[in-house]
Ligand binder design. Structure first.
Ligand SMILES: Cc1cc2nc3c(=O)[nH]c(=O)nc-3n(C[C@H](O)[C@H](O)[C@H](O)COP(=O)(O)O)c2cc1C
Length: 316
């Protein structure tokens, strides 16, 4: 079974990806959060820092690019190629309005002719190209007109997150639309969306036996050993809490070393608790709250350490 770590901007950085790969041992690919092609044109190499850091590491990394202009996208793809990557992914799923309203991410989906132009140019770069896409921007019907365009090209794979852009990350996933489009696609199809437990994945596998790869994002932040769980070895709650502690501490150390000032550090690490907290609820809710509400780095560290210690003592 092909298992992928999803790209999550602001979360699945090089340190996180590296932990996921080594702690699970069965992750086929990890995807970088998108590189904004326009930003790369303006700001240059610093935009690629996280990707460059992963080269020569243990990561089966597929870098991702986001853009609207085929020339800008190809500049980034060519740079990926120079860096040694043999495959890259194009983002056609990002739902953030400032992105989508500029015909980028899921905002590309209503413009099949633009997708055609981008793919025609991208396939000339000479590395394998895959696409990560939603069902549309305004509704689930928009992808229909894009499928014949995707089918024109020899794509490595098409990964579908079965929501449309305006739903952001919370609306219902549309499984019927996913099935319909997946069956129309020529390229191998990947599924991305709301897989948080092994039971959910088993249900999806049964319903969609034709799916080639399964991608997990938020579920892997809440449970950094979720992939291992899928292939049999059911970890205890205590082991999951320990994995969260390990990945948290790696991220905390990295952010402490690379960011200037306590507020940057706190702003970067605290959002992870939206997902980490799941490993500790409901029993340790108060300690999670104390960690997230901590006003100083020292208080934050004390609260997080208390939480991890309590989980280690009390969880089975
Ligand atoms: C905060 C956030 C940032 C994301 N960043 C990216 C991104 O950079 N590129 C991308 O293709 N998808 C991105 N996604 C979408 C995820 O890769 C994934 O498709 C989506 O979250 C559904 O899967 P999940 O429920 O397993 O997380 C992001 C999602 C979230 C919540």
């Amino acid at each position: 079974m092909k298992l992928y770590l999803a790209p999550i901007q602001g979360f699945t950085n090089s340190i996180f990806r590296s932990y996921i790969v080594q702690a699970n041992g069965n992750v086929t690919k990890v995807f970088s959060p998108f590189i904004d092609a326009k930003r790369y044109r303006k700001e240059g190499e610093k935009v690629l820092k996280d990707i460059v850091k992963s080269i020569d590491g243990n990561q089966p990394l597929i870098p991702q690019v986001l853009g609207s202009n085929s020339e800008e996208i190809c500049t980034v793809l060519n740079r990926f190629k120079e860096l040694g990557f043999e495959e890259a992914n194009i983002n056609m799923g990002c739902p953030f309005p400032p992105v989508a309203t500029k015909q980028m991410g899921s905002g590309l989906i209503p413009f099949p002719e633009k997708i055609d132009e981008i793919l025609a140019a991208a396939l000339q770069v000479g590395i394998r190209i895959s696409v990560k896409i939603r069902l549309g921007w305004s509704n689930s019907e928009e992808l229909e007109a894009v499928i014949p365009i995707l089918n024109k090209y020899d794509l490595a794979e098409v990964i579908i997150h079965p929501r449309y852009g305006k739903q952001q990350y919370k609306g219902e996933v549309d499984m019927n639309a996913f099935e319909r489009y997946a069956k129309m696609l020529k390229a191998p199809v990947g599924y991305s969306g709301d897989i948080c437990t092994v039971a959910q994945l088993e249900g999806l596998k049964e319903r969609f036996p034709f799916v080639d790869s399964w991608m997990i994002g938020r579920g892997a932040i809440s449970n950094p050993i979720i992939f291992k769980t899928i292939e049999g070895a059911e970890p205890s709650r205590k082991e999951v809490a320990l994995a969260v502690k390990q990945v948290h501490n790696l991220l905390f150390d990295e952010f402490s070393a690379s960011l200037s000032g306590p507020s940057h550090l706190m702003n970067k690490i605290k959002p992870y608790w939206d997902y980490f907290e799941i490993a500790f609820l409901p029993d340790l809710k108060q300690l999670v709250k104390k960690t997230v509400k901590a006003g100083t780095v020292a208080n934050y560290q004390a609260a997080a350490n208390d939480l991890f210690a309590k989980a280690s003592r009390e969880f089975e």
